[in-house]
Write a protein that binds this ligand. Structure first.
Ligand SMILES: Nc1nc2c(ncn2[C@@H]2O[C@H](COP(=O)(O)OP(=O)(O)O)[C@@H](O)[C@H]2O)c(=O)[nH]1
Ligand SMILES: [Mg+2]
Length: 158
């Protein structure tokens, strides 16, 4: 249903075959990089505190995770999407996603652990963070090396 709203791209863009997905994660967790890698397009987020719509991707400001007053905006935006991705940097020692946050959304939620190529990456820790956030389906990727991206792309594709 949502896919019908996405105009076909004669240049062979991936959008037609992908689910509409909203990305939520803290600053520099890798949201924009994931959108670039999955879309194959030269995406750059606008530097404003606003939800950003690009093809089948909905990017959200990291600040929306930091303040409860923005949660309703995330919930509203997610209602138009087929799925959510909670993005967690594997090298981060903390997680800003609240416990059981996934249960606030009436949608499939996947977790994406990013930057697994970094020497300081701790994949188990990142998985625990996402598990605490209520995520059961987790993909571990390196956008820079391409690791895990095929599995993630399959999850986003119809
Ligand atoms: N080493 C490594 N760096 C990454 C990866 N993904 C993103 N980055 C880098 O992390 C920084 C923040 O990424 P960005 O996509 O802008 O994060 P955003 O703020 O969540 O949109 C950038 O310098 C990216 O190049 C990854 O898988 N591995
Ligand atoms: Mg970004």
């Amino acid at each position: 249903m949502v896919d019908a709203l996405i105009p076909p791209e004669p240049d062979g863009g991936h959008s037609r075959t992908m689910r509409k997905i909203i990305l939520i994660g803290e600053w520099k967790s890798g949201k924009s990089s994931l959108i670039r890698a999955l879309s194959g397009a030269d995406y750059a987020s606008r530097k404003v505190l606003a939800i950003d719509f690009f093809r089948n991707f909905v990017n959200t400001p990291s600040e929306f995770l930091e303040n409860r007053r923005f949660y309703s905006a995330l919930i509203t935006a997610s209602a138009e999407c087929d799925m959510l991705a909670f993005v967690q940097d594997a090298a981060r020692r903390s997680c800003q996603i609240p416990p059981a946050f996934a249960s606030m959304f009436n949608r499939r939620v996947i977790g994406v652990v990013t930057k697994i190529d970094l020497p300081e990456a701790d994949i188990d820790r990142a998985r625990r963070f996402l598990h605490n956030a209520g995520v059961r389906e987790i993909f571990c990727v390196s956008v820079t090396q391409g690791t895990g991206m095929d599995a993630l792309r399959s999850a986003v594709e119809n």
